[in-house]
Design a protein around this ligand. Structure first.
Ligand SMILES: Cc1cc2nc3c(=O)[nH]c(=O)nc-3n(C[C@H](O)[C@H](O)[C@H](O)COP(=O)(O)OP(=O)(O)OC[C@H]3O[C@@H](n4cnc5c(N)ncnc54)[C@H](O)[C@@H]3O)c2cc1C
Length: 396
């Protein structure tokens, strides 16, 4: 290792930003060179993407310039796309250069998992990045405009969301809130519009208590969502889907939220993965590599015999822990085992509605919706203090 260790962080998502901020706080002057690589010069708040996707909030509430979050005297920000991770010679190949590292943190986030469903990768859109949600929003508006300029084809105003997990439910709720406004703007009768949420499992929102799931489903049905549970999408086409029941639903808009996997770059680096996620050791290191830490949606941690679901709160806590362990390792101190502290779960169901679990307390409706806002504000405070809360926060 060179005299000043080189630390390279890949990805400035929830995990990467928290790692960078903690390193910049804990490292002394000239103790290490830290480089943060991200495809964009902004950090986006993934848990918020469903809103600009449906058009119920602006993109600007969902992203923050990375230079506002880190001290660029302490951390080099490289805006580039990672192409390859070369473990044998400790290098990362970027689209426009190469970086070598002594310590590597991989926090490149997830990718949609389409489970090989024919046509899904080609014809469905996904809620994944600022660019992908801009596309969804523009596409939905375009369908309304086209509907009025063609022979009123029903497929233009049928909307299909595949998957009733967190992101599927939160998106469908926002979409249901947006549709009446679009109908008004484009002179379309709201009774003609259909929103379908299709889920292969027998119910929505795995992990929530059945009474909260029932509450969520009822709220969304009242907002006009048609659920199809226990029904899989067998094939996705440019103008609709074929279901496992044989039914065909025509739609020019299919948004797939039915699966997430880790970033493919992690697999192609040669790590052993389960759907792109690496089972890390108790210090968040890749098996066999004391200098490589894997966090967020790229990592796999078990809670008993089941893996924890990939969440923002997991990625954040891992980011802090891996930064502390890297500092400890540089200083020759003992590393600390990572322990996940579950702080609760909140799902938004659109304007003024939600469900939440905090400790052993369950919340529904307005209270849960306010909790969601508090969680969002807390995150902004953690990464950017009061100025960021005031600039990007959505208040009660
Ligand atoms: C719509 C939606 C709603 C969600 N809601 C919730 C919720 O309410 N609560 C919750 O806890 N979790 C939620 N999640 C899950 C949560 O967002 C993720 O678990 C979390 O973002 C993972 O953090 P991460 O740091 O691993 O990756 P990310 O936050 O995804 O960040 C990865 C970063 O890496 C960058 N990157 C990717 N590839 C490259 C490359 N090749 N080169 C350079 N940079 C690259 C990306 O641009 C991004 O900045 C939601 C997810 C979605 C999609």
């Amino acid at each position: 290792m060179s005299s000043i260790p080189k630390i390279v962080i890949l990805g400035a998502g929830y995990g990467g930003i928290l790692t960078a901020q903690r390193l910049q706080k804990e490292l002394n002057y000239n103790e290490a060179d830290v480089t943060l690589v991200n495809r964009h010069d902004y950090h986006y708040i993934t848990t918020h993407l469903h809103m600009p996707a449906a058009g119920t909030d602006s993109i600007e509430h969902t992203r923050v310039s990375i230079s506002k979050l880190i001290d660029e005297f302490k951390i080099d920000l490289v805006k580039s796309s990672v192409q390859e991770i070369r473990l044998h010679d400790k290098k990362v190949i970027l689209e426009d250069g190469t970086l070598s590292y002594d310590y590597l943190i991989i926090g490149l986030g997830g990718e949609p998992e389409t489970f090989g469903i024919p046509g899904m990768a080609e014809y469905a859109m996904s809620i994944r990045s600022i660019n992908s949600v801009r596309l969804i929003r523009a596409h939905i508006e375009y369908q309304f405009a086209m509907y009025k300029n063609e022979q009123r084809p029903q497929e233009r105003i049928n909307f299909i969301v595949g998957g009733a997990g967190f992101s599927g439910i939160e998106f469908v709720a926002e979409l249901a809130d947006r549709i009446p406004k679009l109908c008004k703007e484009y002179d379309v009768d709201p009774a003609l519009v259909n929103i379908y949420n299709i889920e292969a499992a027998s119910s929505a929102l795995p992990g929530f208590a059945p009474e909260l799931v029932d509450y969520a489903v009822e709220v969304l049905q009242k907002k006009g969502v048609t659920f199809k549970f226990g029904v899989a999408i067998k094939e996705c086409m440019p103008n609709g889907v074929i279901l496992s029941t044989g039914e065909e639903i025509k739609s020019a808009t299919i948004v797939w939220t039915g699966g997430v996997r880790g970033n493919r770059l992690v697999e192609s680096a040669g790590f052993e993965t389960m759907r792109g996620r690496v089972k890390v050791d108790e210090y968040l290191r890749a098996p066999g590599y004391e200098n490589i830490f894997i966090i967020g949606d790229n990592s796999l941690i078990f809670n008993g015999d089941k893996p924890y679901p990939p969440t923002a709160q997991m990625a954040m806590q891992q980011g802090v822990s891996c930064a502390q362990n890297i500092v400890a390792s540089i200083r020759g101190k003992e590393l600390r085992k990572f322990e996940f502290h579950h702080k609760g779960t909140v799902a938004s169901l659109g304007k003024g509605e939600g469900i939440a679990v905090v400790g052993d307390k369950k919340y529904t409706g307005f209270k849960a919706a306010q909790l969601k806002k508090l969680v969002d504000l807390r995150y902004l405070f953690i990464i950017g203090g009061i100025p960021l809360v005031l600039k990007k926060g959505r208040f009660i």
